[in-house]
Design a binder for this molecule. Structure first.
Ligand code: UD1
Length: 443
């Protein structure tokens, strides 16, 4: 049971072991590499496991920092999380005795807010840190909170924490989001599956990771269905059971490697991957001249026939699924630096996702940043090694791509951000023939 004590804790971010990637560019990638399970599915599946006291088992879970942080958060509140072998996690939430998700969790990982819905609906209350607090940047969760209120939750906000209560059981209702939100949709769904009555979520996000969560919830006995492309309907149940699930392949990791093969004019095979969720991104690849062939669970990329000059420029715009994923905007931008002509980039989902282009420019890219949402990339530009800094996960992986293309040596500081979402990225690039090593900062 939560008490008031934690709110007097002084928040001090833990020191992070800072790392640097050292990359020697100029080699074409070749060979085969495996793609893991999707970060953005695994975290929500693990949260869903708290909806039942029975054991849930997940396979194909990526061994990444965000999964490690969520594991820690779950164990802190009394959930048993076993990790019997690599990529396998078993979760049993019989004894949850501490309904409190602290700022430390939110500071490390915004996705910890996904625990709001399941803990509130199962236990009737939770106190959870606001990842949008001033201390860690502007990351709104207002739509998640509004969704819980639409299901009858009472939520107060004090000292950086949401104090959420469900008098009795949450009750089904109509959740109408003013815009599409992936985690907002998922949080709403996780709350509604144990609510009393019928819930409609509109417009609901269509990302494959949302559908993976729906599939798992149905295995748990939930009555949840996508009744139209942008509508999810749920009939609440009193109780859910444990279930097993293999996490859907990570389309963002796959797209990152496809762009890397294209940018280095390499030839690679991805295993454990599917083209099914990459439609808009593959359209961009096709129009640029990167050849991609799709098998049942393999993807082959061949860019060896294209000389640098032959990659064609392409205007791109990120959108909610099935549009081009905002998480694939950075790797696509690296590829655009190697394409002939001017490409317009419209980042329509987030306001801060073009900032990393400043670092790309330091490596010789010809980039004009027009405003928070628009940039122009002129190419092809020869990139050169530089000392650059990673600000976030996807930008970090893309600076590695740029370094693979660049002439000379690049040092990329802040490498730990990349481990949040990519399992063994340096080892995977090594397997493909890249020259990359991970160093502690200062060595
Ligand atoms: C998820 C993914 C992230 C991906 C993003 C968009 C996870 C853990 N993360 O993030 O990798 O880039 O989808 O595909 O799954 N917004 C609000 N208020 C809210 C919630 C969102 O204003 O309460 C805004 C955001 O600032 C953003 C837009 O809505 O501009 C879409 O964000 P959203 O779809 O919610 O992204 P996440 O679910 O956080």
């Amino acid at each position: 049971m939560a008490d008031a004590r934690p709110f007097h804790w002084e928040f001090k971010p833990e020191p992070v072991a800072r790392e640097v990637f050292r990359v020697e560019g100029g080699r074409r990638l070749s060979g085969s590499v495996s793609v893991g399970g999707a970060k953005n599915a695994a975290l929500k599946l693990m949260a869903a496991a708290t909806l039942t006291g029975e054991r849930c088992r997940f396979t194909n879970v990526p061994e990444i920092e965000d999964v490690r942080v969520l594991t820690e958060v779950l164990r802190d509140i009394g959930v048993t999380v076993d990790h019997p072998e690599r990529n396998v996690y078993e979760i049993a939430s019989g004894d949850v005795d501490w309904l409190f998700v602290p700022l430390e969790a939110a500071a490390k990982m915004r996705a910890s807010f996904i625990l709001l819905g399941p803990l509130l609906t199962r236990f009737g209350r939770v106190i959870i840190s606001n990842p949008g607090g001033d201390r860690i940047g502007r990351r709104p969760v207002n739509l998640h909170v509004d969704a819980m209120r639409a299901l009858g939750a009472e939520i107060d906000y004090r000292n950086g924490y949401y104090f959420a209560k469900a008098p009795g059981r949450l009750r089904g209702g109509a959740i109408n989001f003013p815009q599409i939100t992936v985690m907002g949709t998922e949080n709403a769904m996780l709350a509604a599956v144990l609510a009393d009555g019928h819930t409609t979520i509109e417009p609901a996000a269509r990302e494959p990771e949302v559908d993976d969560l729906i599939e798992f919830l149905r295995k748990m006995g939930a009555q949840v269905e996508r009744t139209a492309p942008n509508r999810i309907e749920i009939e609440g149940r009193r109780r859910l059971r444990g279930a097993d699930h293999s996490v859907v392949p990570d389309r963002i990791e796959a797209g990152t490697f496809i762009a890397a093969a294209g940018a280095t004019h390499g030839k690679i095979t991805l295993t454990g991957a599917t083209c099914d969720h990459l439609g808009s991104f593959l359209d961009v690849m096709a129009s640029m001249g990167v050849s991609v062939s799709c098998g049942a669970d393999t993807i082959e990329v061949d860019a060896t026939n294209a000389d640098l000059e032959d990659l064609a420029c392409c205007d791109i715009e990120t959108q909610p699924y099935p549009g081009l994923a905002t998480d694939l905007q950075p790797p696509t931008c690296v590829l655009l630096t190697q394409a002939r002509g001017s490409s317009r980039v419209h980042e329509a989902v987030f306001e801060d996702r073009l900032e990393w282009l400043v670092e790309l420019r330091r490596m010789g890219a010809d980039v004009e940043i027009e405003d928070q949402h628009h940039a122009v990339i002129n190419g092809p530009s020869p990139l050169h090694g530089a000392d650059v800094e990673i600000g976030d996960l996807r930008a970090g992986a893309s600076l590695i791509l740029a370094a693979l293309v660049a002439d000379g040596v690049t040092h990329i500081r802040g490498a730990h951000h990349v481990h949040r979402g990519y399992e063994k990225i340096d080892a995977k690039f090594l397997e493909l023939g890249a020259r990359i090593e991970r160093l502690s900062e200062g060595t």
